[in-house]
Design a binder for this molecule. Structure first.
Ligand code: HEC
Ligand code: HEC
Ligand code: HEC
Ligand code: HEC
Ligand code: HEC
Length: 452
């Protein structure tokens, strides 16, 4: 038995009475690590753990509080530091660097103690505030640390669990702009079908199930559970931009999930004087791609046609190396294909500042998800194709490469936040540009018109 638990259990005996750990211990994810080490390691690498340490979050919240004269209030911390807010350790997030680590981010206790979701956005989640950890097990063995209970808000096999995730993954700003809509998008898909055999909840896709024990430790022997352990990396696009545990684990989960997202096709055609067509089908996501923070995301298509000796005959979205890196919009590329939802302020200028945004062009050019299983419904075919004109070039083209790239945040915003002193470190060179694995294709002369 590790020292922390010994101390905790000794503390219990001293308090007398209850047979499980006190709430103060259960609120600390480090307590859970003793018996759920795999869940803890994965979660500790996640954006849920990082949500209140993320320097870009801290900078944006600080700027937002300044620019609104404090009117932003607890808006941001409701999702990024819900336990700290509930415990009265912060009111507006500006003191987060001084808040103890156990209370930061979306913690184990926060999800596993949730008992009610009273709305569709902005995290109206009520905790039981007790010593019971809830999830989907129908037959848990006794835990020495906490009581257990079944909850359909935390059963990945039930669509009801999407309301817990979805209530945070859907944002309506104080100005009434429906800024992030992952939950609303999911509700339109085949995965939200009322037929339980067709449903796929957020957790069903995002928390991969493996056969494993779900608890380990002295004093009990947990059973091996078939597809019973759920991965807790919560990986997608964002990564830690500062020192943080297990970055490689998080990146591997990101690459795995991006590889299953899109089905592409690439054609080089002699028609219309010469054309390259690139088609993308969002088959893997239970919502748009990208989704959520789509005003921040920079997602673009990089397409390059090479001639003899690998000379570049045509390119779009090809960003040359530079320090600081360029945003795709800096290219001045007339053919640029972006997956984007421009958000604008009261004056109609593009902005990523939540509190200044007055309008968002959603779904913009995002790739739509599957909304019907009926092939006779025109919406069944939701792939999107774009033609790049290459007049007179087709006979010279030797090969063409195409792929989708995604970057979580624009460099220009980070540059501004750093220059104004809100961002403590210049994180621009830490921002990843992920290759969407499933989108990568290469066409070569001498074969078919199309590759897929
Ligand atoms: C964002 C919400 C969320 C957070 C944060 C979270 N979990 Fe979970 N957890 C879930 C969901 C959803 C399930 C799936 C339950 C099911 O289908 O049985 C789950 C399942 C579990 C289970 C049951 C076994 C299994 O793998 O399905 C354990 C144990 C568990 N989590 C422990 C933890 C620990 C420990 C932490 C923190 C280190 C944590 N969780 C953080 C949502 C969360
Ligand atoms: C002393 C060991 C121990 C500690 C510490 C511990 N757990 Fe558990 N937990 C268990 C055992 C044992 C089970 C039951 C496993 C089984 O039946 O396969 C369990 C089950 C669970 C479940 C599944 C509940 C259900 O009904 O589906 C969740 C969720 C969970 N724990 C979360 C946590 C969280 C969060 C923490 C930290 C606050 C934590 N546990 C700390 C031993 C522990
Ligand atoms: C209390 C609010 C809250 C709940 C509940 C919640 N999340 Fe999150 N989630 C967040 C926040 C905040 C972030 C982003 C943190 C950051 O990047 O700073 C996030 C990030 C993520 C990411 C990574 C996104 C990216 O682009 O990298 C995934 C995936 C995710 N959550 C899935 C889930 C799933 C699945 C559930 C339900 C089991 C869930 N979340 C429940 C608030 C929540
Ligand atoms: C059918 C499977 C599936 C379902 C259902 C699903 N997702 Fe996703 N989600 C994906 C895939 C695939 C990606 C893209 C892979 C990646 O970003 O690494 C993704 C990406 C995301 C992202 C990152 C979006 C971005 O562009 O920054 C978030 C956040 C997210 N999902 C949350 C959710 C939430 C919340 C739900 C439920 C309301 C949900 N997902 C339902 C498969 C799914
Ligand atoms: C209703 C819940 C919620 C609220 C309120 C919220 N966030 Fe988030 N935040 C999220 C989620 C969920 C993500 C993950 C984004 C995704 O991948 O879709 C996120 C991601 C982020 C990120 C990571 C980078 C990015 O853009 O993806 C930053 C920075 C951020 N939020 C800042 C803020 C600030 C500043 C506020 C207040 C003005 C705020 N958030 C309010 C839920 C919330």
């Amino acid at each position: 038995m590790r020292p922390l638990l010994l101390i905790a259990l000794a503390g219990l005996v001293a308090c007398g009475g209850d047979d499980v750990l006190p709430k103060a211990e259960l609120m600390d994810p480090a307590t859970c690590a003793q018996c759920h080490p795999k869940h803890h390691r994965e979660w500790a690498s996640s954006m849920h753990a990082y949500a209140a340490d993320d320097p870009v979050f801290l900078a944006m919240n600080k700027l937002g509080q300044e620019e609104t004269g404090g009117a932003l209030g607890d808006f941001c911390v409701r999702c990024h530091a819900p336990v700290a807010l509930a415990q009265g350790l912060t009111t507006d997030g500006t003191n987060l660097p001084d808040v103890p680590q156990w209370a930061k981010g979306v913690t184990c206790y926060f999800c596993h103690n949730a008992v009610e979701v009273a709305g569709e956005h902005n995290a109206p989640i009520r905790l039981a505030d007790d010593q019971t950890m809830r999830a989907g097990l129908r037959d848990p063995i006794d835990s020495p640390a906490h009581h257990t209970a079944y909850s359909n808000l935390l059963d990945a096999t039930k669509a009801t669990s999407s309301s817990l995730c979805g209530s945070c993954h859907d944002i309506v700003t104080p100005a009434g702009v429906h800024l992030e809509r992952t939950f609303a998008e999911w509700k339109t898909t085949i995965f939200a079908d009322p037929d339980p055999r067709k449903q796929l909840s957020c957790a069903a896709c995002h928390m991969v199930a493996t056969t494993d024990v779900v608890a380990e430790g002295p004093g009990f022997t947990a059973p091996l559970r078939e597809f019973g352990r759920r991965e807790h990396t919560f990986a997608a696009i964002d990564t830690a931009l500062t020192a943080w545990p297990d970055k490689a684990l998080q990146q591997a989960a990101i690459d795995r999930d991006l590889a299953a997202l899109l089905v592409p096709r690439l054609c080089v055609l002699p028609v219309d004087g010469g054309r390259i067509d690139y088609r993308l089908d969002n088959v893997g996501a239970g919502h748009m791609f990208p989704s959520g923070a789509t005003a921040d995301r920079r997602v673009w298509i990089e397409l390059v046609a090479y001639g003899a000796g690998d000379a570049v005959l045509f390119s779009s979205g090809l960003i040359p190396a530079a320090d600081p890196p360029l945003d795709p919009e800096d290219l001045g590329d007339p053919n640029l294909w972006r997956l984007d939802t421009p958000a604008t302020d009261a004056a109609g200028a593009r902005t990523e500042k939540f509190w200044a945004i007055r309008s968002i062009d959603h779904p913009g050019t995002l790739l739509g998800p599957a909304v019907t299983t009926d092939p006779n419904d025109p919406r069944f075919y939701h792939a999107v194709e774009k033609s790049f004109a290459v007049p007179g070039l087709v006979p010279q083209i030797q090969r063409v490469t195409a792929r989708v790239l995604i970057r979580p945040l624009p460099m220009a915003l980070l540059g501004e936040l750093f220059a104004s002193g809100h961002l403590a470190v210049d994180v621009r060179d830490q921002v990843p540009t992920h290759v969407v694995g499933g989108s990568v294709l290469e066409w070569r002369a001498g074969g078919r018109d199309c590759v897929q």
